[in-house]
Design a protein around this ligand. Structure first.
Ligand code: B4P
Length: 189
């Protein structure tokens, strides 16, 4: 049974890799970004709440995000393990996740960080904008905002997991298969 997080800046390959890891390990991948986008497309109340933040590359307010994750983690399919993609992203969310896991009586096994340089990240997001048409990828200022927020809000939280001895850092540059092989090695180690 595995309970893990995947963290990294926008474009580092979190979404791409988390689907493959989850399939290999037989656990469910839960992406906060995917849940927001599905709700925006479905024009639900949550989607209406999240849209302006997601489009601008800002973080959706913690109260909304934390509630959504706690609900999702209570589903039956997360009992046997899970891979959280894109959550937590700041200190408040780390504290909230600790509390949620405490209530569920479980602990994290591993936090995987994917790294890549800013130039590569920006290129990947621009390429995806052409293919998938995501508003937050098409807008340069939203890309910049997401990368800045990663540095200011998310990087310090990764340091917290490192000090807990949970962090495995993997180079996200190269072909998708190559990165995946590095991840599987890091998870074995
Ligand atoms: P996310 O959905 O998490 O978006 P992201 O950071 O851009 O990562 P994503 O998973 O999509 O990209 P990936 O690196 O896999 O968040 C979107 C928004 O939702 C946030 O800005 C925020 O507004 C909101 N949000 C989400 N979580 C939140 C939270 N916890 N709190 C508050 N708000 C939250 O891949 C990028 C591209 O690179 C893909 O096109 C892929 O094909 C390509 N790629 C991947 N690996 C590659 C490789 N090895 N080589 C070449 N290209 C590769």
């Amino acid at each position: 049974m595995t309970r893990m997080l995947i963290v990294g800046p926008a474009g580092s390959g979190k979404g791409t890799q988390s689907k493959r890891i989850a399939e290999d390990l037989g656990i469910v991948a839960i992406s906060t970004g995917d849940i927001f986008r599905a709700n925006i497309r479905g024009e639900t109340e949550l989607g209406r709440e999240a849209k302006t933040y997601v489009d601008a590359g800002d973080l959706v307010p913690d109260s909304v995000t934390n509630r959504m994750v706690e609900d999702r983690l209570s589903w039956e399919d997360a009992r046997g393990g899970f891979l959280l993609d894109g959550y937590p992203r700041n200190r408040t969310q780390v504290v909230a996740l600790d509390e949620m896991l405490g209530r569920l009586g479980v602990e994290l096994d591993v936090v995987l960080e994917l790294t890549a340089d800013r130039e590569e990240l920006t290129q990947r997001l621009k390429r995806r904008a052409e293919i998938e048409g995501r508003d937050d990828d098409a807008d340069e200022s939203a890309i910049r905002r997401r990368l800045e927020l990663f540095e200011s809000e998310t990087a310090p939280m990764i340091a917290e997991y490192e000090s807990r001895g949970l962090l495995r850092r993997v180079d996200g540059l190269g072909e998708v298969d190559e990165v995946n092989a590095r991840i599987m090695d890091a998870l074995k180690g």
